[in-house]
Design a protein around this ligand. Structure first.
Ligand SMILES: Nc1nc2c(ncn2[C@@H]2O[C@H](COP(=O)(O)OP(=O)(O)OP(=O)(O)O)[C@@H](O)[C@H]2O)c(=O)[nH]1
Ligand SMILES: [Mg+2]
Length: 420
């Protein structure tokens, strides 16, 4: 099993509610409001790690929820913050919404990203004490967070990607130039998931990825399909390995054309990547003649390096060539994107509370938005406020709740007489 794309669910913690407690003490009458604030909910945080190179773990666990913040208590006691939930994902994981907006690119080892933020804690009742309202019996609710369905997509990050038909010797090459121990066997599709290895050559090192074999129609799903082509999107050089001896009765020149077609029809921008050709299995019959035909046709356009990987022949020339090319290329870069944020930026909901006979309060996110924006000394600003109250249906809701002309309406810091 190799999973490189998976849907999971994430939910940050809810904010704890503020407390509506009243101070009580022996011999102290009406000690006033002393309800503490609720704690912030925990965040869901992703951390990139090189310790994993599949998303298999997410096949078994799909729900990730951070802890809720605790409610505030009496005596202005703050609620405890919810713990963050830290989730490890392999380096190269791109985090997206189900409709494809990028939330994060987990590009570097150790990189941390907050995927969803915990809800703010609600304020305790003592925040709401005013000259008119000495004993507020209500407190703010913490922000309730939503659960989001998100998509993780692994796009391997490597400097060099090995591509080619099945059984041409890609894994063998990786095994002789790196410490990686990929499975090697004389049949097609031995490699079922990309393998990574680090090539060290004198003072240089780079990462090489062995991509499962491609066949005709791969870009439309044939063979192991095009899902693996996603792993070459983030390489800097492609090494196209061909069986130059044609030991499986295919013409290596046809193989070369065919695989290139698949790659470039998957993603035309891959044509911009430099490509080096490894003509492998030079020890086999017909290799020399085929190599001559191949270089006659493609020698001007491509660097062609003959190898017999099983005995390490030609491998050193290949490494030198790759390092030379890598040195001329700009360093690999993370995906360029404007991060999509998984939260309601401004919660503009509201509800109405009846505080007393003839006294109504509008509470909720809308109030915060209004209070941030409204300056009562400014006529235009007050007009804006009235308009929003009407447009958002607040006036109608107040009437439904029983408000009549002359009643008092409180909206955060703003207090006014209800008048239709
Ligand atoms: N004669 C000869 N055989 C080779 C050479 N390189 C690899 N082989 C053999 O070719 C077969 C396939 O090698 P792999 O490295 O598994 O090929 P692959 O391209 O990774 O194949 P898939 O994973 O199926 O795509 C194995 O039996 C290897 O021993 C070579 O230079 N000469
Ligand atoms: Mg292989």
């Amino acid at each position: 099993m190799f999973i490189d794309k998976v849907k999971i669910y994430v939910k940050a913690g809810n904010g704890g509610n503020g407390s509506a407690s009243m101070h009580t003490e022996k011999y102290v009458a009406n000690g006033g409001p002393d309800g503490g604030d609720g704690g912030k909910g925990g965040d869901v945080v992703f951390v990139a790690t090189t310790g994993e190179n599949t998303l298999n773990a997410f096949h078994f666990q799909k729900h990730f929820r951070a802890e809720n913040g605790e409610n505030g208590g009496r005596q202005k006691c703050y609620g405890k913050q919810g713990k963050d939930l830290v989730v490890s994902v392999p380096v190269g994981t791109v985090v997206k919404t189900t409709d494809g907006k990028i939330i994060a690119d987990m590009y570097e080892d150790g990189q941390r990203e907050i995927i969803c933020k915990g809800g703010k804690g609600g304020r305790g009742n003592w925040h709401f004490k005013t000259s008119r309202r000495q004993s507020p019996s209500f407190a703010e609710h913490g922000v309730r967070t939503e659960e989001y369905e998100i998509v993780l997509e692994l796009k391997t990050i490597a400097d060099v990607g090995l591509v080619g038909f099945p059984n041409v010797g890609k894994s063998t090459l990786l095994s002789v130039v790196t410490e990686a121990k990929p499975k090697i066997a004389n049949y097609h599709f031995t490699t079922l998931s990309p393998n990574l290895g680090v090539v060290s050559y004198y003072d240089n090192s780079f990462v090489m990825a062995d991509i499962p074999g491609l066949i005709e129609g791969a870009s439309e799903g044939a063979g192991l399909g095009h899902s693996f082509l996603r792993h070459i999107e983030r390489t800097r050089i492609l090494v196209h390995v061909i069986d130059i001896s044609g030991s499986e009765q295919r013409d290596p020149l046809d193989d070369f054309e065919l695989i290139n077609n698949e790659i470039y029809s998957y993603d035309a921008t891959l044509a911009d990547l430099p490509m080096v050709v490894v003509a492998n299995k030079m020890d086999m019959p017909n290799a020399e003649e085929n190599l001559a035909r191949f270089t006659a046709k493609y020698g001007d356009k491509y660097t062609v390096i003959p190898t017999t990987t099983i005995i390490h022949e030609g491998v050193e020339v290949l490494l030198k060539t790759l390092i030379e090319i890598l040195q001329t290329l700009p360093p690999a870069e993370p995906i360029q994107f404007v991060p999509h944020v998984l939260e309601k930026l401004d919660d503009d909901s509201y509800s109405i509370e009846v505080l007393d006979d003839g006294v109504f309060e509008v509470v909720g996110g809308l109030v915060e938005i209004l209070n941030r924006k409204v300056n009562l000394d400014d006529y235009d600003s007050f007009r804006y406020f009235q308009r929003v109250m009407k447009d958002r249906g607040v006036i109608a809701e107040l009437r439904k709740a029983g408000a009549v002309d002359g009643d008092t309406v409180i909206v955060g810091e703003i207090e006014f007489d209800f008048l239709d």
